[in-house]
Structures are given as structure tokens and as C-alpha cells.
Design a protein around this ligand. Structure first.
Ligand SMILES: Cc1ncc(COP(=O)(O)O)c(C=O)c1O
Length: 389
């Protein structure tokens, strides 16, 4: 009989990971890597975060199977904490198992509440792989072969205020936007752009959905990246690190939207299971008690300075630094696959974004020694690439 094979939706890295602690992972040969991949940003709070582990362990001893149709202690406890970090006027929320599921609920809610069927998204946007989320995801490579999509979607250029104001009409249910584009290449939304989305939505009665799945929970040096612009979204989607490594997403709604959603409009068997809620509780405790957002902001600046130096030194290979806080990278003049391989051989795990961005999504725990380690690895990487040309 043939051996069972994993469908390789992700290209294999040729590395077997056996342990993770803080900002590091170890492979099966005992080699330690600085983890700037963190499973696409999930590990922002670090591997085996002690708050998350403690909370999950405690919950395991109580109850690990319960639908949100029943009240539980962990639901009450985690809600109390969640309330402290959600946008102030977001009085309703729901929990699901991953980013795309959260986006799916956000879009469904906008469709239902407004009665409209059209969405606006942006060039290079990434919102997930399920059909609704894919409909508002731009990359033609991810979309190929999957049409028809459930809704009409207009993709507008990111950060172009003038075009947005012209193209939005009263048939639009919602505009969905990443405050910092993750998979699409680490473009940062200007405050003016986010404000103009808010104003345009208000003008035509559309909703503003911010997708903070990658940019949220402190990663960009502010709790939620859209807050830089001082705007209030109608719906927010959070995922990745909000569960401290556990599969979990949270969708929050302003009171006006949330109060219009009720029994039967959505659901999920696993969404909000007690272990995921315990993980979130531990994650939010870590965020608050360990001053995570400030630390991410501070070390994010150190990383940016270091990367600025790399841009100066290797202008033949590197165009500019992109991103914000610890959602940061280098825009290269070529495909980053080779640089990623060399970095891995120098014990740094990173990932790509868009066509040509080398992306780093490290835990907030990285320190100045780690930044120097990353700097050395980058020098070696570009020197090696130079020597091969
Ligand atoms: C901004 C954004 N939204 C949604 C998603 C989808 O999340 P998931 O892979 O957990 O479904 C991602 C994943 O990278 C993302 O970066």
C-alpha cells in the first residue's frame, strides 16, 4: 500500500521542528533557530507562553467540551478580559477557529445587516481561503479555478483616497481592509486612507470591516493597527496570536451591528470551545501583564533601524524596509526564496510576503542580541548572494 501523503499546500522547508520556547525553536538535530516565522505570525506571544500554558492546563482539569449555547466560567472570565482590549464601542463579539472563519462571519454580518451584496476590497489584500474570504482576497494565484465567488467585489488600489471616494456607492455592504497588508507585501495604510474609508462608509451607509488577523494584538506596536488613525470600525476580525498559539479568532461588532445579529444567523461547532477561550484568557493576561505592546513597539524600532542599515549596505538587492512594528520586512529586488533558504541555514526562520518581500514576524520577546543575530544572518545572506552573481 502507498504511504499516506500530506497535500503540500505549503512548500516544505525541509526542517523537522521538535521544540519551541520563547522566540526560539529547535530542530530534530538539536539546532536552535530564531523564529521570525512563528507559523505565519501566530507565535507573537512566544512559544509556550507561560500564561497561556497555565490557563489551558487549569481548563483541562475543569471542562474542555462545551458549546456556547451553555454558560461557562471560562466564557465569563475570558469575556471580562476581552472587553478590556476590544475597541471601546464594540459591545458584541463571537469566537471562531481561524482568521478566514472570522472574515467569513464579518462579511456575512455586513451582507445581512445592510441587505446589500457588494464589497470593496484592495489590490494585494489577503483575507483567507474559504469562499467568502477568498472573494475579497486579491491574489489571482489563490483565486484561480475557484470561481464563481459569492459576492461582487471591487478591488481598488490600496492607499488611494481619490479613487475610493469615486468608486463607493449605495450598493456597497462593506469595505474590508487590512491596516497593514500581511501576505500581500507589508504595505501600511496611511491614516488619511483609513479615515477616508471610514468617511466614505458613513456617507453611503456601508460598514467598515478591519481585518486585524495579522496586524492586531500589539504586533505593530499599537494594540490594534487601525487605532493609529483614530477611527472606529463597525466590525473587527482578530486571529492568529489572540489565542497565544491556539486556533482561535474573534469577531467584534459595534453595538448597532451586533444587536442586529441573533440566533441562527451564524454558528460553529468548535468556535469558542473552552480550551480556546482559556488560551485567549492566558494570551490577554500575558499581553497586559508583560507590557507586550510597548515592548513590541520598542524592539520593533530596533529591528527597523537594523533593517535600514541593511538597505543602505545592499542597495543592489534591497529596495526598502516595509511594514510596522514587528510586522516588518525587506522589499528585495528579486524573489526572496533563495534569501529565505540561506537565512534558514544561518538559523533564522522567516517568510515571504507578496512577490518580493522578505517578511519577519518574530515574537515580542526578541531582544537586542536576537536583532544582532538576525543582522549577521542577513549580512551573510546578501554576501553569499553577491558572491554567486
Ligand atoms: C489579514 C489576514 N486575514 C485573514 C487570514 C486568514 O487566517 P487563517 O489562515 O487563520 O484562516 C490571514 C492569514 O494569514 C491574514 O493575514
Amino acid at each position: 500500500m502507498e504511504m499516506l501523503k500530506l497535500v503540500r499546500f505549503y512548500a516544505p522547508r525541509g526542517l523537522k521542528l521538535v521544540r519551541g520556547e520563547g522566540q526560539y525553536v529547535w530542530d530534530s538535530e538539536g539546532r536552535r533557530y530564531l523564529d521570525c516565522h512563528t507559523a505565519h505570525g501566530v507565535g507573537f506571544l512566544g512559544h509556550r507562553n507561560p500564561y497561556v500554558i497555565k490557563s489551558i492546563k487549569e481548563q483541562l482539569e475543569k471542562i474542555m467540551i462545551a458549546s456556547p449555547t451553555f454558560d461557562t466560567e471560562i466564557m465569563e472570565e475570558s469575556m471580562k478580559l476581552l472587553e478590556k482590549i476590544l475597541p471601546k464601542d464594540h459591545t458584541h463579539f463571537y469566537m471562531l477557529n481561524g482568521g478566514a472563519e472570522g472574515v467569513e462571519l464579518a462579511l456575512k454580518a455586513a451582507r445581512k445587516v445592510t441587505g446589500r451584496k457588494k464589497f470593496i476590497s484592495f489590490i494585494n489584500a489577503f483575507h483567507g481561503r474559504s469562499m467568502g474570504a477568498l472573494a475579497v482576497t486579491w491574489n489571482p494565484r489563490y483565486r484561480a479555478g475557484y470561481d464563481p465567488f459569492p459576492w461582487r467585489v471591487d478591488f481598488l488600489p490600496y492607499n488611494r483616497v481619490d479613487l475610493l471616494e469615486k468608486r463607493i456607492g449605495e450598493d456597497v455592504a462593506a469595505i474590508i481592509v487590512e491596516p497593514v497588508q500581511g501576505e500581500g507585501g507589508l504595505a501600511v495604510a496611511s491614516n488619511e486612507f483609513l479615515k477616508s474609508i471610514r468617511d466614505s462608509c458613513d456617507r453611503v451607509g456601508a460598514l467598515m470591516i478591519v481585518d486585524e488577523v495579522q496586524s492586531g494584538f500589539g504586533r505593530t506596536g499599537i494594540l490594534w493597527a487601525h487605532m493609529r488613525a483614530g477611527i472606529r470600525p463597525d466590525i473587527m476580525v482578530a486571529g492568529k496570536c489572540i489565542g497565544g498559539g491556539f486556533p482561535l479568532s474573534v469577531v467584534s461588532f459595534s453595538g448597532e451591528i451586533g444587536s442586529k445579529l441573533g440566533v441562527g444567523a451564524h454558528g460553529s461547532t468548535f468556535g469558542g470551545n473552552p480550551l480556546a477561550l482559556a488560551a485567549m484568557k492566558g494570551g490577554i493576561e500575558a499581553l497586559m501583564r508583560d507590557d507586550v505592546v510597548r515592548k513590541a513597539d520598542e524592539i520593533g524600532k530596533v529591528v527597523r533601524n537594523m533593517l535600514d542599515g541593511i538597505v543602505e549596505e545592499y542597495p543592489r538587492f534591497v529596495r526598502r524596509v516595509r511594514g510596522l512594528g514587528l510586522m516588518i520586512g525587506l522589499e528585495l529586488r528579486f524573489n526572496p526564496a533563495k534569501a529565505l533558504r540561506i537565512l534558514q541555514s544561518r538559523y533564522v526562520l522567516a517568510l515571504r510576503a507578496g512577490l518580493n518581500v522578505l517578511r519577519f514576524l518574530p515574537p515580542y520577546l526578541i531582544d537586542r542580541d536576537d536583532v544582532r543575530f538576525l543582522e549577521r544572518a542577513l549580512h551573510e545572506t546578501f554576501q553569499m548572494i553577491a558572491s554567486e552573481i
